[in-house]
Every structure is written in C-alpha cells, then in structure tokens.
Design a protein around this ligand. Sequence first.
Ligand code: MOS
Length: 736
Amino acid sequence: MSEKIIGAAKPRIDGPLKLTGRAKYSSDNNLDGMVHAYGVFSTIARGEITNIDTRVAKQSPGVIDIFHHNHFPALYHTPSSMAQENKVDEVRLPFEDNHVYYAGQFVALVVADTFENARAAAYKVKVDYQESSAIANLDQAVERGGTQMHEKANHTRGNPEQAYQDAAHTIDATYVTPVETHNPMEMHATVAAWNGDRLTMYDTTQGVVNARNVYAKVFGIAPDRVEVLTPFLGSGFGGKLWPWPHAIAAAAAAREVGRPVQLVVPRQEMFTTTGHRPETRQRLRLGTDEDGRLLSVRHETISTTSTVDQVGTYVESCGKMTQGLYTCDNLSVTHATTRANRGTPTSMRAPGAAPGMFALESAMDEMAHQLGMDPLEFRRRNYADSDESKGLPWSSNHIRDAYDQAADRFGWDQRNPKVGSMRDGNEIIGWGMASCNWEALRRACDARVSLRADGTAFASCATQDIGTGTYTIVAQAVSDVTGVPLDKIEVELGDSSYPSGPISGGSWATATTLPAIAEAGRKAIEVLKTYAAMESGSFPDAKLEDLRYENGQLSNGAGRSMPFAEVLKARQLASADGEAHTEGAPTDTYAFRSFGAHFVEVRWDPGISNLRVTRVVSAIDVGRAINELTSRNQVEGAIVMGIGMARFEQTEYDHRDARPVNNNYAEYLVPVHADQPEIDVILLDYPDFKFNEFGARGIGEIGITGLPAAVANAVHHATGKRIRDLPITMDKLMDI
Ligand code: MOS
C-alpha cells in the first residue's frame, strides 16, 4: 500500500465540497441573530484622535452601537510568544488609546443589523485628529529614527572584512525590495459568538490553536472556553498566521452587544491592518579568488517595521539562507530594523528568504559576470557540503542534481553568455538562473485516528488546510498506515478543540502533522487488537503479539483473518481510537534544508518596451513529495508569486503622509493568466528519512525563493541592465 499512496497524484478529497460551494469559509457563517461590524479607519498615519463624533452615525438605520477608544471594554494583552503559541504581530489592542500609528488603523467600529447599514454608518463617524509628521518609508525612517540591530538574527564566522580586502574579485551592491501585501482571495473575516463565557470564533486563520490561545489571553478566560474554527481558508500566505486587531474587536463587540458579530476586513484595509512583507535595503559584498571561490560574503539587511509593535519586533531575516547556502569561511549576515508609520509587518511566503535571495542570487550573478564564468558553474564551484553556519551535516542536499536536471531540461548549454546576443525577431531573449533554498522545520504535534465500525477511518488534528491540500495528504497518511482506501477516510481539521496541531506556515505543516497522524493510526491498530483479543472479541484465544494487521484486515497468523469493521461490530464498538504525540525535529544532529534551482527565460522587445517571462524550469529537492498533484501545484503557485514579486508587486505609500496609494486590486498588480509562462517543475525524489518517516520536508515556500533573482538575471542577460530594486517595471529598462 505505502508505495502507492504516498507520493501518488491524488486529487483533493475536499475538491467536490469546494466545487459545489458547500465548503464553508469564515464569512459564509450566518448565525442566528448575527449582526455586522464595519470599521472606521484612520485617515492619518501618525498622531492622536482629539474627538470622535458619533451622533449622526448613531441615527443611521440599523445601528446598534459604535465602539472607539472611549467606549470599549478593557481587555488584556497576549504575551505574544511563538513558543507558547499565543503570538500576534500587533500587540496593541484595538481602541486601546487615542494614538494613531498608521493609516488604516481601526479608530472606531460600527455594529449594525446589516453589513450595508454598518458600512453606511461608518462613513458618518466624524474623527478629528492632531496629525504629526509621519514616517513614510525606509529612507525616511533611517534618516529620522536610525536603525536597531537584532543580534539574535545575526551570524559571523572567520574574518569577512580582511578576506574581502584580499579577494581578487569583489562585488559591492545594494538591493532594494518594496513592501508587498498578501492578497489571498479570501478576505480576513471573523464571526464571533459568545455563549455565556464560551467564545466561538469562525476565523480566517492559519493557526487555530495559536488563535484560540490568543483570544483566551485577551479575554482572560481558559483556553478550553474558546473554540476557533477554520475548516477552509482561502489562503493566507502568512498574512493569516497570527490574529490581527479586527478579530479581537469583533469578539469584544459581540460580547458587548450580546449577539454574534461578523466582521470582514475590506480589501483596502488588508493593505494596512493585516500585515505585509516589509521593505528591505540589503548590501551584499562578495569576494572571490581568481577561480571564483567565495572568500568573503557579507549580507547586511535593514527592513522596516512599525511604530506600534511593542513586543517581538518583526525582523525580515534576509541573511538566513545566505549563511549556509554556499561554502565560505568568512561570512557575516546582519539584520537591522527601522520604524515607519505603517501597520506591523509579518511573514509573507518565504519570509526573509524571498527578498534575501533576490539580493544574494543577483549578487552571485553579478560576480559570475565579472569572473566571466557561467553563473551555474560559479554556483557549483561554491557548493557547501555541510551547513557551515551550524557546523552540522545536511540531512540531505541534492542541489547539484537540481542544477543538472533543470539545466538539462531548460537547454542551458545553448546559452550564449554575451549580453543581448540571443534574438528571435524583434525580441531579445535573456536566460538567467538562481538557486533556491528554504529551511525545513518540524514541530511537536498531536493527532487522533479512528478505525470505525462502518469500515471507514477518521483522522483529526487542530491544524488546517489553507488551500494547499492538507486534508488530502492527511488522508494519504491514514491510508498508508491503515490500508483504508482514500474514499473511506474522513479528515477533520481546522478546529482548535481537536488534538493540538501546527500552524500552516513555515512549510512545516506536512512534516509536522503526518508523523503524528501515522503514529495515531498505528495506535488505533493496537487498540483494535486489544478489542479482538478480549474474551468476547473476535480472536479470544489469540495473544496480542500474534495478531497481525494488514490492509484493513486483522489476522491471527493461523489462517483466520477479518476486516477491522467486523472486529468492532462483533463487540458493538463504534471505533478503535489512537491518539499520538510526536516531537519536533532535533536541532543538533543535522541541518535540514530544502534546495532547488530556477531557470528563467525572458523576452524583451525594445521597440515597444515589452518584457515577458516566457519560460520557467525549476527542479526542487524537498525530500519526498507526498502528493504529486498538490506538491506541483504549490511550486507552480510559488513561481507565479515569484513572478509577481519580480515584475509587479509593490505597495506604495505617499512620501508626504505615509498613506498607501495603491491599496486595491486595480493598482496593486499581481500576475494574471496573461503573465503566466510555461512552467516546468521537476520534483526530485530523495526522501529525507532523517527528518521524518515519510521523508517529506515541506513544499509551500521554497518555490518563490530565488525566482525574482532568476528573472532579474535573465533581464540582465537580455538587456545589460542590472535591476537592483524590485519590481522590474518596464520604465527601468527603457533608455530615457
Ligand atoms: Mo508562511 S509566510 O509561514 O504562511
């Protein structure tokens, strides 16, 4: 069984629910007596509220109450600890005081009988401000407030400064990446309902357990009194990892008005109050010997953060991959933040690595160009056969095979290295490549699996499927262990009352959840055996150790076998249940990382200034892919998002008042179908059994790492222009 189901290309088991509209997303919940909340959002980015006039708004039809800093219940802060699983990014409570830290901050909340009435009334709330001069971007922030170093995120070995002085070739370049905003199709939404002191939250979250713990802390109640439900999520990309102020505001309002409250964050405020990838400025200095061996690497990052986060400043860890991807004795990575008047940033798909590897892999290309060396050869020459930042061997690293396979499929050996030399009619063709890299993480996890009297199996875990296929791969793991076919397996996720599972983030849900599921399945089988061997059981004379379970059948090794359902029925038992706890991956034996390579073709038509990404070939080494379809889908999606990062995405703020100016789908560009090239994903299959029994390292994020650099490198190959600030818009390529 195991050979077939693990790694198989199985369509999503929740597909029919989604296609028929029966999959319920948070804002699909319309509870009895439910009312609607709509925010009033700050129009200034920094200052104080001097007055809130709600008189006219209160007369508006259907209005029940209007909350603001002078009219809001006292709540508690969450400690905001990731280890304790009660993390938020913006620790400040909604309406905690009259301070304004960013444009788009909630300054009031209208509750009314309908969404339309709440929104209409919200526009009538009059807010007066005392406005201060806001800090709009990274440059202003550095100039006005300086930077704060984060030593814990830094790493140094050897003497990179001296080695740089001694190097035969050097590169010193600064790369800039803009704010990017998570734009999942499903908007952030919460439906909050109280029943006495019990809180139920239908919530858009990538972590029901963390969210549950946060709400328990904020309302000062036991976590067992809170239930967070996210059976389906219309994706999150990191923006829905940790609760934002709207969810707390909705829950507080629901308690105050004594009715369930639904609050949907409008799309434009998803650009302000629910996180973003911060702006970065990264200086890369590389030094090599005559033969292109790296002697010195320095990667210095400054990223923006907000002025509102008081605990656990968000740091964009751009140097994390740099410290171990290539061999180099003399290396340092540093991370500093600077504060701007924006909402608090947060993780966005491959946080740190996505912008960090744009800088590193661009600099590597610049150095290869200077050396007159093929960029692929330059990377091969600097292959690291261990993680030098940790002094640990890799559990498994097949990046050289990724280089080989992707280069071969792409036809890299046909590349003419001369800039602008490859042409097709009016178009100039550019070929570029980059490595990709992401840390593999695995956390502790609990899970439950049941074998049931109707012949089905059931699995539950308080993790969630954020659109990536978690339901399906959990079912595959259950099937692998129990022999029950997929269509007879029911999986329930996204409910905080189930055994505690991981956030869907960091690409660690698969590697974390599946071992716990498998262990729970094996325990259920052991429990089944105890039932069978009991006096009134199906195998009363058998010793436990003689009983064998295989492909859904229990046998006594003496020629008699029986389906597990019959064993249960014989004793009129509903199910045999196994619960398991599995630990995270050890941190002191191996360095666990995933690897890969992207090869990109762009076409530049200088006559009409048109740039297109026309071909991507990527080889990805993530250990074993549990499901060929959903895995490929994850990498393809990440590549598309990488094209967005390379070419389009950029949240812009008015430099005068720090207000976002393109906080909508019309002006914040994301790739559309017309921007999709041919994408060819090669999934290498080197199961990493040092990491877990399935050999899987997780796949959600690695595909975006390196992709923007591969595009930029291809653009340089076509045009001779080195674009060091994303996105690569056409104006940057025009000779004007
Ligand atoms: Mo991911 S940025 O950890 O959702």
